[in-house]
Design a protein around this ligand. Structure first.
Ligand SMILES: [Zn+2]
Length: 371
């Protein structure tokens, strides 16, 4: 019988411009998210931003306030495994060569790892894999890093990046979504050859299918375009939430950081581009969306995937724990909704389990000749 494998990948990080505190944006929301997921036997794969982690590690000896955050991260990562969830790799390369001054990080404007040179890519990826393996390997000897989610969805140009990921043992890569375009970061996924199903990418162009199975598998984020009613309710919810919780956001998020830090947002033009596109196009997300939006996005994507003949199809949901603060009830009810409504059709997996499946059955992902 046809099955959908729900893969929830959580981009586990502070703000892209370096603001925020691990305790507030990572530890507490992750604990809450895991408690909710465990009620429904759902699995989460936490994709931890190790570029940030390595910076905390480096500065900890001289900065006790960073040392505490580094320790919380270490223990939270161990807690994730002990609560039955998966831990994999996310990287925001803007942390490379960042500066820390007067309690603030100053990050670079290059947010796409594809734009870094080959040696930088290799060093960051291999160093991060080693870091995670050392942290978790003592208690979980079978643990390995098998999946990567690109920060800011950046994976172009893809040739050296795919090679570095493969060399580090990565089997699944994520970040690609049909229609996504961020010109300032050199990203353009408008010509994606496969929008919905896992595929083996061409070594030189991640948007194209390869004729062989030698590269890590791309699991695309399945596109979703909310109808006008759903989108309006979402927009209204954002405004109401903003007003209701005005002035209650965390000191570390909202404090008077220097203008240079606050203003850093080189992927901002993605908003301009998606707003200019009709209909508004995005992908499955769990973050700061109300229940009505979560339900209708999932219904929409599963309806589309039901048209496919494949017996086993992953559904990829991108989560951001740092956005969950006022939405725990919506998230809980969303899990309740999908586990009741689609009980016979869905099961939960994680990146480690799906990576094993791909190794046993490489045909779960597409190659060029199969089309
Ligand atoms: Zn991220």
């Amino acid at each position: 019988m046809k099955k959908f494998v729900i893969l929830i990948e959580d981009d586990f990080e502070v703000m892209g411009n370096g603001r925020g505190n691990v305790a507030d944006l990572q530890y507490l929301p992750a604990l809450s998210f895991m408690n909710i997921a465990n009620k429904y036997n759902a699995k989460i794969t936490f994709m931890v931003d190790i570029a940030h982690k390595l910076m905390l590690e480096k500065l900890s000896p001289d900065h006790p306030e960073l040392d505490i955050q580094n320790t919380i991260l270490d223990k939270t990562i161990l807690l994730m495994k002990s609560m039955g969830h998966d831990v994999q790799l996310h990287l925001h390369p803007q942390w490379l060569n960042s500066r820390y001054k007067d309690g603030h990080f100053y990050l670079s404007e290059k947010w796409n790892i594809g734009l870094y040179d080959q040696q930088e890519q290799k060093d960051l990826i291999q160093g991060s894999v080693n870091h995670l393996t050392q942290l978790l390997g003592k208690k979980y000897p079978e643990y390995s890093v098998c999946a990567f989610k690109a920060g800011s969805w950046g994976m172009q140009p893809s040739a050296t990046l795919l090679a570095a990921l493969k060399e580090a043992g990565i089997n699944i890569v994520m970040g690609v979504r049909e229609g996504l375009q961020i010109p300032s970061q050199g990203l353009d996924y408008r010509m994606l050859e496969e929008k919905y199903l896992p595929y083996y990418p061409d070594s030189n162009d991640i948007t194209k299918l390869a004729e062989n199975t030698k590269n890590p598998v791309v699991i695309p984020m399945q596109p979703y375009a909310p109808d006008l009613g759903t989108f309006s309710r979402y927009a209204l919810n954002q405004v109401v939430t903003k007003l209701r919780y005005k002035n209650t956001s965390s000191y570390y998020e909202a404090s008077a950081a220097p203008q240079q830090v606050k203003a850093l947002n080189p992927i901002n033009d993605s908003k301009i581009f998606s707003a200019a596109l009709r209909p508004y196009r995005t992908h499955l997300k769990i973050g700061n969306q109300p229940l009505s939006y979560l339900k209708s996005s999932f219904d929409d994507v599963i309806r589309e995937l039901d048209k496919r003949d494949d017996a086993r199809i992953p559904i990829l949901i991108e989560s951001h724990t740092k956005q969950h603060h006022h939405y725990y009830d919506d998230i809980d009810r969303f899990f309740s909704y999908i586990t009741n409504k689609y009980e016979s059709k869905i099961e939960f997996g994680d990146m480690t389990s799906f990576s094993h499946e791909l190794k046993v059955n490489p045909g779960l992902a597409r190659v060029k000749s199969a089309i």
